[in-house]
Ligand binder design. Structure first.
Ligand code: NAD
Length: 386
C-alpha cells in the first residue's frame, strides 16, 4: 500500500516520527544550543554519594611512609578518615594534625597511646613503626579494643606474629597486614592470569627487589629488626606465594654482609633465596640494599610468561603477557595502593568480613623468612615449618 500524501508541515512531522522531529528542532534552534553549562557546572559531573558509615583511623608513627603516602591517601579513600595521630614528636604531630584536620584531642604519644581506648572516633589503628615495634603496638591496640592494620613485615619473628594473632582473637578485633599489592589492579590481574592457566601450568617464578639504602635508616638496624629480607625480600616471597597459590616446602639461601661497608654492621646488604613448592615448581628471589632500584617479577609458564615491571613500586607497573605467538602490554587504570588497602580494611570492619591479608598471611611469610635466615647461616636446604 502506497504511503499517504504529506499535505502539511504538521503531517510531515507526524510521519517523520520522533527522530525527524528532534532533527528539525535541532535545525530550528541551532543558535540557541547552550554552550556554557546551563547550571554553571558540567552536565555529566559525578557528584559523590556520602557513604552511610566511615571508619576513623589512628596513624601510629609519622615517618616517611605515613607522611608521604598514607596520610595523602586519605584524600582518595571513600570509607576511611584520619581521626588521630600517634607520634613521639609533638611539634610535628601538631603540624600534621593541622593539615589533615585532626583535633588536638586526637594527638597521642607513645606513653598516652593506650588512651586511644577512650576515643570513640578511632575504630582502626595503622601501625607504621619500625618492625621491632609492630608486635607491641598491635597488641596494645587490641587491648584498646581497636582493629589493627600493621605494616609489613608483620613483626620481628614467628613468636611475635603468633602473639599478635592471639591478641586479636582475644579482643575480637580484626588484624590485617599491609600487603598493599593485593589491593591494586596490576598484581590482581597477574593472579587472575595465573589462576586461569591460559599460558599453561606455571613452571618457575623469579623476582628481584633492590634499592640503595643510605645511613641512618631504620632498615639498617638489627635492633629495629631491619634488613633487606623483611623489608623488601618479603615482597618477592609474598608474590611467589600469591602467583603460585601454594606454600614453599624447602628453601636455600645466601646472605652477603660486606665487612668493609659500615652500613652493614648489623644486617646483610643482600639476600638471595630459592624456594621449592609442591610439585617441584621453583622460585628464585633476590633483594639488596646496595643495588640500584629494580622491582620486578616474572611468572614462567609452559606456553608463555607474565612479566611485571615495577611490580613492587607505588606506581608505574608495566604488565607484559607473552605466549609463543604474541606479546602484549596490558593497559590497566592504576589506583592509589594505600587508599585501596585502607578502604578494604574499612569495608571489612563495617561489614564484619575477614580481610584478604589477615595476620595468618603475615605469619606464613614470617615462617618462610625464618627458614631462609636459617638456610643462609647453615648453608643447607631447610624445611619451612608449617
Ligand atoms: P621511617 O623511619 O621513615 O619512620 C619510622 C617512624 O617510627 C618515625 O615516625 C619514627 O619517629 C618512629 N619511631 C618510633 N620509635 C622509633 C625508634 N625507636 N626508632 C626509630 N623510629 C622510631 O620508616 P618508614 O619507611 O616510614 O617505615 C615504617 C614501617 O613501614 C616499616 O615497618 C616499613 O617496613 C613499612 N613500610 C612499608 C612500605 C609499603 O610499601 N607498604 C613502604 C615503606 C615502609
Amino acid at each position: 500500500m502506497p504511503a499517504p500524501p504529506i499535505s502539511s508541515r504538521r503531517d510531515f512531522l507526524g510521519a517523520a516520527g520522533a527522530w525527524g522531529a528532534s532533527m528539525m528542532a535541532g535545525l530550528a534552534s541551532a543558535d540557541s544550543v547552550p554552550l556554557a553549562p546551563p547550571d554553571k557546572q558540567p552536565v555529566d559531573v559525578a557528584i559523590p554519594e556520602k557513604p552511610e558509615k566511615t571508619v576513623g583511623w589512628a596513624i601510629v608513627g609519622l615517618g616517611k611512609l605515613a607522611l608521604e603516602e598514607i596520610l595523602p591517601a586519605f584524600g582518595r579513600s571513600r570509607l576511611s578518615r584520619v581521626t588521630a595521630l600517634v607520634s613521639g614528636h609533638p611539634d610535628k604531630a601538631k603540624k600534621v594534625a593541622d593539615v589533615y584536620g585532626v583535633p588536638e584531642s586526637g594527638i597521642y604519644n607513645y606513653e598516652t597511646y593506650d588512651r586511644l581506648a577512650d576515643n570513640p572516633d578511632v575504630d582502626a589503628i595503622y601501625i607504621v613503626l619500625p618492625n621491632s615495634m609492630h608486635a607491641e603496638y598491635t597488641i596494645r591496640g587490641f587491648q584498646a579494643k581497636k582493629h589493627v592494620l600493621c605494616e609489613k613485615p608483620m613483626a620481628a619473628n614467628v613468636a611475635e606474629c603468633e602473639a599478635m594473632i592471639a591478641a586479636g582473637r582475644e579482643a575480637e578485633r580484626k588484624l590485617m597486614i599491609a600487603y598493599r599489592l593485593r589491593y591494586e589492579p596490576f598484581n590482581k590481574k597477574v593472579i587472575e592470569l595465573c589462576r586461569s592457566e591460559e599460558l599453561g601450568p606455571i613452571q618457575s617464578f623469579s623476582a628481584s627487589n633492590c634499592q640503595v639504602v643510605e645511613a641512618p635508616n631504620i632498615r639498617l638496624s638489627g635492633e629495629l629488626a631491619g634488613g633487606p629480607l623483611g623489608d623488601i625480600g618479603v615482597y618477592c616471597l609474598n608474590a611467589a606465594r600469591y602467583c603460585l597459590d601454594a606454600e614453599p616446602i624447602e628453601v636455600s639461601a645466601f646472605a652477603h654482609q660486606p665487612e668493609t661497608d659500615p652500613r652493614f654492621r648489623e644486617v646483610p646488604a643482600a639476600v638471595s633465596f630459592a624456594m621449592k613448592f609442591p610439585g617441584g615448581v621453583l622460585a628464585t628471589c633476590d633483594c639488596s640494599f646496595n643495588a640500584s632500584e629494580s622491582r620486578r617479577y616474572r611468572v614462567q609458564c609452559q606456553k608463555g610468561f607474565i612479566d611485571l615491571e615495577n611490580a613492587f613500586s607505588y606506581e608505574g607497573q608495566i604488565l607484559t603477557v607473552a605466549s609463543d605467538k604474541r606479546r602484549a602490554q596490558l593497559q590497566i587504570a592504576p589506583v592509589d595502593h594505600f587508599a585501596a588497602e585502607m578502604d578494604h580494611f574499612s569495608e571489612c570492619i563495617l561489614g564484619g568480613n575477614e580481610p584478604r591479608t589477615p595476620g595468618e598471611e603475615g605469619l606464613k611469610d614470617m615462617k618462610v623468612m625464618a627458614a631462609i635466615e636459617t638456610a643462609a647461616k647453615s648453608g643447607r636446604v631447610e624445611r619451612v615449618c608449617s
